[in-house]
Design a protein. Structure first.
Ligand code: 5AD
Ligand code: SF4
Length: 466
């Protein structure tokens, strides 16, 4: 059962934050904290909460671990190389602990939800004094208070199907982009994926809480709202509402802003949802629809609950309803038992769909998942070859894809200073395509009309028209 954290519990945590603040105020200089977030947008969003709580406790947030009084690694478990990077970085902190024995070194996030990882930290990383799971995140003030007063190692990874904690202070990374979690966890159990084991069952925040957070973000100057969940398309099922309804409500809020969301599951990308997106002018014209494989046989083994044909039907419907939509996807190469024929089905699917871009991954074995038990006869070397082949095919598709935008004018959200060297500013079209153009830095954070003059492989160049 999902537990919504009670107001009393939230107030109790605020009380601990106050106590930590009092301890910190007695120090000669204000203490500092460093948070290193690995992985996806959901983790980045958790990182904003961690920083928000630390700031409330009186810590100055710093960009480097050197000399910080609290160092927190907010980890990702989705692939092995993400975990290896965390262990590498953690090992390097041994020196920091020697230099600063009072530093509190903590690890949280998806990795520590796996018992074998927590055991490894216990045994091999004695300089880590605090470990807390995703469901204990909101108790950070209590945990830090415990660290400051008891000086003992603490492992707080409560077994739970997942909690929802409202009212945690936030320290947003960006003024322009506001990440707003709308649901947590995942029920899909794709056979390769560790997420359902480390993030618990699907649970949606209440619509009012989300809409109010969106309103506040817009009032504070946000121009892009990123609605987050492992599978946003199944938002609201337990409250008798839907993602379409949430989009409609946020779309109706006053102001010029854009609504983005991630991640989606094709099995829930219904016609109703696509119709809603077509009608809601503030919703991004970008569909990130992870297909994972073009082979129906592999999709079945992956437990994805759609076929190659189902997927293509969704793509065709999107193209019919929103002809200017950009499409992107995630692909896994080398799933256990995938044959050359299966892989060729993936190649033919990407040639048929012509995605704007792809996020491609070589299959990574995750202990405890179903796929981890499957026969995996193809060598890593062979998988590497297929992977490069896939990149080549997509590279070819992407080559002239942006040419179609030349001559068109788009409402562009200016997000920062330019990167190509050919324009001083950079921004995003409604399709989430990057465009660089010249203009005054005062325009950062506002919408401008930009006429596209040139297409590069990965970005556009244009000129402001208004
Ligand atoms: N191996 C490789 N890629 C994975 N993904 C998730 N789990 C694995 C794994 N075990 C990819 C999927 C997903 C994206 C976020 O990460 O493509 O859509
Ligand atoms: Fe993992 Fe599948 Fe859930 Fe995405 S939908 S988090 S790939 S189990």
């Amino acid at each position: 059962m999902t537990i919504k954290i009670s107001d009393e519990e939230t107030a109790k945590q605020r009380g601990f934050a106050e106590k930590v603040r009092e301890i910190n105020q007695k120090l000669e200089a204000p203490p500092t904290a460093h948070v290193h977030t690995f992985g996806c947008q959901q983790n980045v969003s958790d990182g904003e909460k961690i920083k928000g709580m630390l700031a409330e406790m009186g810590y100055g947030i710093v960009g480097e671990p050197d000399g910080a009084d609290v160092i927190i690694f907010n980890t990702c478990a989705v692939r092995e190389n993400a975990e290896d990077r965390v262990f590498g970085n953690l090992g390097a902190l041994k020196h920091e602990k020697r230099r600063n024995p009072n530093a509190i070194i903590a690890v949280c996030g998806c990795m520590v939800e796996q018992e074998h990882i927590t055991e490894r930290i216990k045994k091999s990383f004695p300089h880590v004094s605090l470990v807390f799971g995703t469901n204990a995140l909101y108790t950070l003030p209590e945990l830090i208070y415990g660290q400051l007063t008891e000086h003992a190692r603490m492992f707080s990874v409560p077994k739970s199907d997942g909690v929802i904690a409202e009212g945690i202070p936030l320290r947003r990374e960006s003024k322009i982009l506001a990440s707003i979690p709308i649901m947590y966890g995942c029920n899909n159990f794709c056979s390769y994926c560790i997420v359902p084991y480390v993030r618990g069952r699907e649970r949606s925040r209440e619509m009012n809480d989300i809409v109010n957070e969106a309103k506040t973000a817009i009032e504070n100057g946000a121009k892009e709202l990123l609605l987050l969940g492992q599978n946003v398309n199944s938002y609201g099922k337990e409250h008798g509402t839907s993602f379409s309804e949430l989009l409609r409500q946020i779309n109706a809020l006053d102001g010029e802003f854009r609504i983005c969301y991630m991640s989606s599951h094709p099995k829930d990308a219904t016609r109703e949802l696509i119709d809603t997106i077509a009608e809601c002018e503030k919703v991004t014209r970008h569909f990130h629809l992870p297909v994972q494989s073009g082979s129906t046989r592999v999709l079945r083994e992956m437990n994805r609950k759609y076929t190659r044909e189902d997927y293509l039907e969704i793509v065709d419907y999107i193209r019919e309803k929103i002809p200017d939509a950009a499409l992107t996807s995630d692909i896994i190469v080398g799933f256990p038992g995938e044959t050359r024929e299966d892989f060729e089905q993936t190649l033919s699917l990407i040639e048929r769909v012509r995605f704007d871009s792809l996020y491609t991954f070589i299959y990574s074995r995750r202990k405890g998942t179903k796929a981890a038990e499957m026969d995996d006869p193809i060598s890593e070397e062979e998988k590497g070859k297929w992977f490069r082949e896939l990149l080549d095919v997509q590279g070819e598709i992407g080559m002239n894809l942006y040419e179609k935008y030349v001559g068109q004018t788009f409402r562009v959200l200016c997000t920062g200073t330019g990167r190509t060297g050919s324009g001083t500013l950079t921004g995003k079209t409604p399709q989430d395509v990057i465009v660089d153009f010249d203009g005054d830095e005062a325009l950062i954070g506002s919408f401008v009309d930009v006429k596209i003059e040139k297409a590069l492989n990965w970005a556009l160049l244009g000129k402001i028209t208004d």
